[in-house]
Design a protein around this ligand. Structure first.
Ligand code: ITT
Length: 194
């Protein structure tokens, strides 16, 4: 079984990637015995994905993956974007972030938004590649559903009436931003294997 080492402490991301890629052994930082809170001080999702992948590569000298995701809201000029994790403050949780976003959009008609995931892979030799996956949608008027994590209860993907929070996890994992970025990573691996 091919192993993928991912520089993340987010257990939800690991669960989703395991669901998307059952044929791979997915290892997060904790699974690798690495206790680290990597400083994500980049200005873009691309910067932060690469910071995480490079950090893990430095420690292991193995192929390493970093993943950074943001929710980009049109009416807020792309915010929270790269600040999605700490949108409501340094010690905030998902609930605080959802509340802040709903407050910011009170009375706002255009609720267009997108989730964007960037995956950086640093190869054993230090070369790297970046892949992106996006899903367009709308921010709901209120929280709906308890599946998924983060902003899922307030995001309605285009073509659906439900939020990601109301959607079965398998369904989200078939068409999410993360699934699309992972798909591109898999295409890259296929090219490498040729
Ligand atoms: P790592 O850096 O350890 O990977 P993190 O939780 O800090 O974990 P990100 O910076 O990539 O991860 O995530 C930004 C925030 O966006 C995160 O706190 C989540 O709450 C939210 N988020 C990420 N993916 C999401 C998804 O698929 N659905 C809803 N919210 C998501």
């Amino acid at each position: 079984m091919k192993q993928l080492n991912i520089a993340t402490n987010n257990a939800h991301k690991i669960t989703e990637i395991r669901n998307i890629l059952p044929e791979f052994k997915i290892m997060g930082l904790k699974d690798l015995g690495i206790l680290a809170d990597i400083e994500e001080n980049g200005h873009t999702l691309e910067d932060n994905a690469l910071i995480k992948a490079k950090y893990l590569h430095r420690l292991t000298n193995e192929m390493s993956i970093g993943e950074d995701t943001g929710l980009e809201v049109k009416a807020l000029s792309g915010e929270p974007g790269v600040k999605s994790a700490r949108y409501a403050g340094p010690k905030c949780d998902a609930n605080d972030n959802q509340n802040k976003l709903l407050r910011q959009l009170e009375g706002v008609q255009d609720r267009t938004a997108r989730f964007r995931t960037v995956i950086a892979v640093v190869n054993r030799d230090g070369s790297f590649q970046i892949f992106e996956g996006k899903v367009n949608g709308q921010i709901s008027e209120s929280k709906r559903g308890t599946n998924g994590f983060g902003y899922d209860p307030i995001f309605i993907p285009d073509g659906y009436d439900m939020t990601f929070g109301e959607m079965a996890e398998d369904e989200k994992n078939k068409m999410s931003h993360r699934a699309r970025a992972v798909e591109k990573l898999m295409e890259y691996f296929k090219i490498l294997d040729q």
